[in-house]
Design a binder for this molecule. Structure first.
Ligand code: ZN
Length: 81
């Protein structure tokens, strides 16, 4: 198994998506992340799309992974409670 991050996340079962697993393992503030990576009103990500780049279509990879991580947390909560 290859790890693309500096610290290998202990959770590797998040649908095989390393970014989702990373967010969950690191305890990221997903609400804030999702708020930051929001549609800027023209179909681009506010956080990823800079003045010159403008090629990061929304939802970006980060936003999609954060959304999946939230779903994942909810699913875990539902099954464990
Ligand atoms: Zn983004």
């Amino acid at each position: 198994m290859t790890c693309t991050f500096l610290t290998c996340p202990p959770v590797m079962s998040a649908d095989g998506d390393p970014l989702v697993a990373f967010f969950l393992a690191e305890g990221y503030d997903l609400d804030r992340l999702r708020a930051e990576h929001a549609d800027d009103g023209s179909g681009r990500c506010r956080a990823c799309g800079g003045p010159q780049s403008g090629r990061f279509r929304w939802p970006c990879d980060t936003r999609r992974a954060a959304d999946r991580a939230v779903e994942r947390q909810r699913a875990d909560r539902d099954t464990t409670s």
